[in-house]
Design a protein around this ligand. Structure first.
Ligand SMILES: NC(=O)c1ccc[n+]([C@@H]2O[C@H](COP(=O)([O-])OP(=O)(O)OC[C@H]3O[C@@H](n4cnc5c(N)ncnc54)[C@H](OP(=O)(O)O)[C@@H]3O)[C@@H](O)[C@H]2O)c1
Length: 249
């Protein structure tokens, strides 16, 4: 009698898996890090600011932390040099790059791609074969990729959409590693105050008035979606929207 096929696991458990999260020291990335750790993963967080990264690791009991500037490739490889193996790589590091297409500094606008596409290229190359073949890569895009706005975010919208196309292509090029993108709507993280300063509350009030759910998403909700993408073994080449319907209005 032929042996019955072995069922594929419903999900790839995270117990003792090494999860490396760029941008894991704040907001969505930090929440993903906390939830991955709660699921049993050994989490290494990477942030721009070394003190913030160390504090996050100590406070939440992460396996380790690193500091690097994802726009400076020469800082990425050394930061990863002594990491033997990564099961799940999450690339969320980035900022809100805005500026008029007609007169913003080109180097500033270029940052949208440096933080996203080129940071991903350099990080994946730096890790090379240390990235497990049965593991995953998760990128970040955002609601602007589907629902552009007129306030100087055209280059950021293009860079966000590019991450989604990049993930689909890498899902083939790096197979059997899975590669996905999370596309959040406006999410209540430190990024908002950092970007908007004193205008944060007025901006949030105006925006939530237009949203189907009347509220922003939370870092915890987006972080849970990151953990879903890394742990569900059949999610691949996908863009997962977690925006409360923001792209519909
Ligand atoms: N919040 C939203 O509404 C929203 C919506 C769509 C997409 N996104 C995207 O989601 C990602 C996470 O956003 P968030 O809201 O969680 O932001 P956040 O709270 O500001 O966290 C950003 C994280 O990225 C790190 N980072 C920023 N620039 C870096 C650089 N050049 N090199 C290395 N690390 C860097 C930060 O480290 P330090 O703290 O040390 O600077 C921090 O860990 C961003 O790429 C953002 O564009 C956010």
């Amino acid at each position: 009698m032929p042996a019955s096929p072995v069922a594929a696991p419903f999900s790839q458990h995270l117990t003792d898996r090494t999860v490396l999260i760029f941008g894991g020291t704040s907001g969505i990335g930090l929440s993903a890090a906390i939830q991955a750790k709660a699921a049993g993963a050994k989490v290494i967080v990477v942030g721009f600011d070394a003190d913030r990264a160390r504090l996050a690791a100590v406070e939440h009991g992460f396996e380790n932390w690193r500091a690097a500037d994802v726009t400076r490739p020469e800082t990425i490889a050394p930061a990863l040099a002594d990491i033997a193996h990564v099961d799940h790589l999450v690339l969320l590091a980035g900022s809100f790059v805005a500026g008029s297409i007609l007169d913003a500094e080109i180097d500033h606008l270029r940052r949208a791609f440096e933080e996203r596409i080129w940071a991903a290229v350099h990080t994946i190359r730096a890790l090379g074969d240390r990235l497990a073949r049965d593991g995953s890569i998760t990128f970040i895009s955002g609601v602007l990729a589907d629902r552009p706005a007129p306030q100087g975010t055209a280059v950021l919208a293009a860079a966000s959409a590019a991450m989604e196309a990049f993930a689909r292509a890498l899902a083939l090029e790096l197979a059997p590693r899975r590669v996905n993108t999370l596309s959040p709507g406006t999410t209540d993280t430190p990024l908002l105050a950092r970007t908007l300063g004193a205008n944060r509350d007025a901006y949030v009030a105006a925006l939530t008035g237009k949203l189907p759910l009347g509220r922003l998403g939370t870092a915890e909700q987006a972080g849970a979606a990151v953990v879903f993408l890394m742990s569900n073994g059949f999610m691949n080449g996908e863009t997962l929207h977690i925006d409360g319907g923001q792209r519909l209005v």
